[in-house]
Design a protein around this ligand. Structure first.
Ligand SMILES: Nc1ncnc2c1ncn2[C@@H]1O[C@H](COP(=O)(O)OP(=O)(O)OP(=O)(O)O)[C@@H](O)[C@H]1O
Ligand SMILES: [Mg+2]
Length: 703
């Protein structure tokens, strides 16, 4: 364990060892906040004999949760059942155990974004409102804001005068369907904990609570945390107010301030040393963020190398920008940088297409984070809908989805009839029997009967077949393969492949968790519904493309930030108030501080928007970086290829040596390297001779 603590600096160590009162760690990017949480958990388990399952750690994404668990296990050298989850998945657990308290059944369904819009469309229709005026996707986010407390129902009324009945009917429908949306998860979680007996049970059960990315918690999450930490105040939160980038989702800087007020005797520890970035990158980040006024103010330093200047490429057009990025990446890969160490960021998803095209042309493999996710693909959702129906009689949301998939000649008139029946009937068998009785056309009646029979058959199979077999069976009995072949000629193969992959995934999930039957599928479906953008990142030899929002908490040796134009980044929606600009600046700060060694910024002087090439202005954030830190990648005279232009992108080819060999002193462990190439000065520790500084050319690098 001593060794563990040695891997921390004095402030980090203090944070790990501190248990006397609630602890708030406020620190800038890359200063080791996440590391402190991980080490603190390991320390509690190993040195203080905490039962791992009684430690609750909250992270921002499921991927972060998984990684944290893995790291703790690595530090401890064994599997530990630490409870690491997101607020949402924690609330799912709470809700499964206490569903009745809030009027739900334990096997409630979580509606995803698409289901939610579908339901809202129904609501709007039922209230005889105009679907153009009350568009489901706009309503979806308004309702979300009302639930998470960013808007009041009254203030939303100004824009949508019928918002109250919509809100009411939507919630009623959810309840009737035994369904919840993402925001409900938190609200119900809070409600469950508002019962004093339940609350004190969890307060006693969880002996310590840790929260990462605390700056992005919203009010409701804060209240949940408070109820669990309770009076004991066994809580440690880490955050950075400069990285608060989710105020539009209700994240609230107030929570940092109220922490010190609500948790008596809270101790605040600051971490000021950054371990991630080069001096140049960190200085740029510090300079940019100092333009924000809504902050506590702190300055990070680093002992890392000065590093390369920040590259800036001013492209004529967006396609030239993409070309530059792809050529530069190609060059880096040629120089030995691994593709998985490279990330390209943009402000909005729509900017990815042109970069994708360019990368494809260069033959560079990439993964795009936050596009259409695996579980949002149509074929996956169709099969999962059948799976859900075979498990849950009352999942009428899924029933609507499969009514005419595969095509059975049951169009919108039948759907309308179905909707009316669902007002009285709650289970699919009842609903379908009624529907069959009401229909006039024999063909339609038969189609409905067949659907009901199919679902009956499936119902019996969930416990009988292995997950892989079950998915295969669903595909067979529904004739889904034929459907795909007929409807999606171009990418039918790919879609079928995705469905097979789904079978494998559930099978693997079952083997990993040891779960079976209904419990298995319930857990799997929850995981799937709550998966976030970051969950899609594979650990493959691929360049990663993502929005800045999705990059939170991550780090990459090489980062490109593209589309740095006024109106794009900062985004035009934000340009009318200084608070919103400050949020954009925090977002830019997050982008810059993801880079460990090389940062490249770019923008296009003309960008195609709404089908036309338009003039742009460079983002103000570029001019907020001191010019001595920037080196422009100039366009050279004609005749030279872009490859030559980007050849200048220098980056250390090999990593710093770790182990060296010297003729006289033998093997030495490297502590420091000053300079580059064969004349670099290497300071190393040799077991029989102590520390020596030697010129690189007299050494042999062993590792
Ligand atoms: N004491 C340390 N010694 C060596 N490396 C460290 C130390 N502390 C942190 N690091 C490394 O620095 C990097 C950044 O750490 P970490 O991700 O924990 O920072 P963070 O404060 O959580 O950043 P962010 O604000 O971006 O979430 C990681 O690669 C981590 O392993
Ligand atoms: Mg972190």
């Amino acid at each position: 364990m001593k060794k563990l603590l040695n891997e921390l600096n004095p402030q980090q160590r203090e944070a790990v060892l501190y248990f006397d009162s609630p602890l708030l760690i406020l620190a800038g990017a890359g200063s080791g906040k996440t590391r402190v949480i991980t080490y603190k958990i390991a320390y509690m388990v190993r040195e203080l004999s905490f039962s791992p399952e009684r430690i609750l750690a909250i992270t921002f994404t499921n991927k972060a949760a998984r990684e944290m668990k893995e790291r703790v296990e690595k530090l401890l050298g064994s599997d530990v059942p630490v409870f690491v989850s997101t607020f949402h998945s924690f609330c799912v657990r709470l809700l499964r155990s206490h569903a009745a308290k809030v009027g739900l059944k334990p096997n409630f369904v979580i509606v995803d974004t698409e289901d939610k819009k579908r339901l809202l469309k129904e609501v709007v229709k039922e209230l005889n409102l105009d679907t153009e005026l009350y568009s489901p996707s706009a309503l979806s986010s308004v309702l979300s804001n009302i639930k998470n407390g960013t808007f009041s129902l009254d203030s939303a009324q100004v824009y949508y005068d019928r918002i109250s009945p919509i809100f009411e009917l939507y919630n009623r429908k959810l309840k009737e369907l035994n369904a919840v949306d993402f925001d409900d998860l938190l609200l119900y979680g809070r409600d469950i904990l508002s019962d004093e007996r339940t609350r004190s049970y969890y307060e006693r059960y969880f002996q310590y609570l840790l929260i990462d990315e605390y700056q992005d918690t919203n009010r409701i999450q804060y209240e949940i945390a408070r109820s669990i930490a309770g009076r004991k105040g066994n809580i440690c939160v880490v955050g950075d107010e400069d990285q608060c980038i989710y105020t539009w989702r209700g994240a609230n800087i107030e929570n940092i301030l109220s922490f010190e007020r609500d948790f008596k005797n809270a101790k605040v520890i600051k971490l000021e040393k950054n371990y991630r970035c080069t001096k140049v990158i960190l200085e740029a980040a510090n300079a940019v963020i100092s333009n924000n006024r809504l902050r506590k103010g702190k300055r990070l330093y680093t002992d890392n190398q000065t590093g390369e200047p920040i590259r800036l490429f001013r492209a004529e057009t967006d396609s030239e920008e993409s070309l530059f990025v792809s050529k530069a990446i190609k060059n880096l890969i040629k120089k030995g940088i691994s593709p998985k160490d490279i990330a390209v960021f943009y402000r909005t998803n729509s900017l990815s297409r042109s970069i994708e095209d360019a990368l494809r042309r260069e033959g560079i493999s990439y993964q795009i984070v936050g596009g259409v996710k695996f579980y949002e693909r149509k074929e996956i959702k169709d099969i999962l809908a059948y799976l859900r129906l075979s498990l849950f009689e009352e999942d009428l949301i899924s029933l609507f989805r499969v009514l005419n998939v595969p095509k059975r000649g049951l169009g919108s008139a039948v759907e309308e009839r179905l909707r009316r029946i669902t007002e009285r009937e709650r289970s699919w068998s009842g609903v379908l029997s009624k529907l069959e009785g009401e229909l006039r056309m024999e063909k339609q009646r038969r189609a409905v009967r067949e659907l009901r029979e199919t679902l009956e058959i499936l119902k019996g199979k969930t416990s009988e077949l292995s997950p892989y077999e079950l998915i295969k069976f669903i595909v067979t009995v529904t004739n889904y393969e034929d459907y795909l072949r007929n409807e999606f000629k171009e990418d039918f193969e790919q879609r079928l492949e995705n469905v097979r992959e789904l079978g494998n995934t559930i099978q693997e999930f079952s083997e990993r968790t040891g779960l079976k039957g209904e419990e298995l599928y319930l857990d799997f479906l929850t995981t799937v519904t709550l998966s976030s953008d970051q969950d899609e990142i594979e650990n493959a030899e691929k360049v990663t493309l993502m929005t800045v929002h999705a990059s939170k908490g991550l780090e990459f040796p090489v980062v490109f930030v593209t589309g740095l134009e006024e109106g794009v980044f900062p985004h035009f929606k934000s340009s009318d108030s200084s608070e919103e600009i400050e949020e954009e600046r925090r977002l830019f700060y997050v982008a810059v501080t993801r880079a460990k060694r090389l940062l490249t910024l770019s923008y296009a002087k003309k960008r195609r928007t709404f089908g036309k090439l338009r003039d742009t202005k460079p983002s103000r954030f570029i001019s907020e970086i001191p010019s001595n830190l920037i080196k422009e990648v100039k366009k050279r005279t004609r005749g030279e290829t872009l490859r030559e232009k980007t050849e200048n992108l220098e980056i250390e080819k090999s990593r710093k040596p770790k182990l060296v060999f010297h003729k006289k002193y033998g093997k030495g462990v490297v502590k420091r390297v000053d300079g580059r190439g064969e004349n670099a000065k290497v300071t190393a520790f040799f077991s029989n001779y102590g520390e020596k500084t030697i010129i690189m050319k007299f050494l042999k690098v062993l590792a």
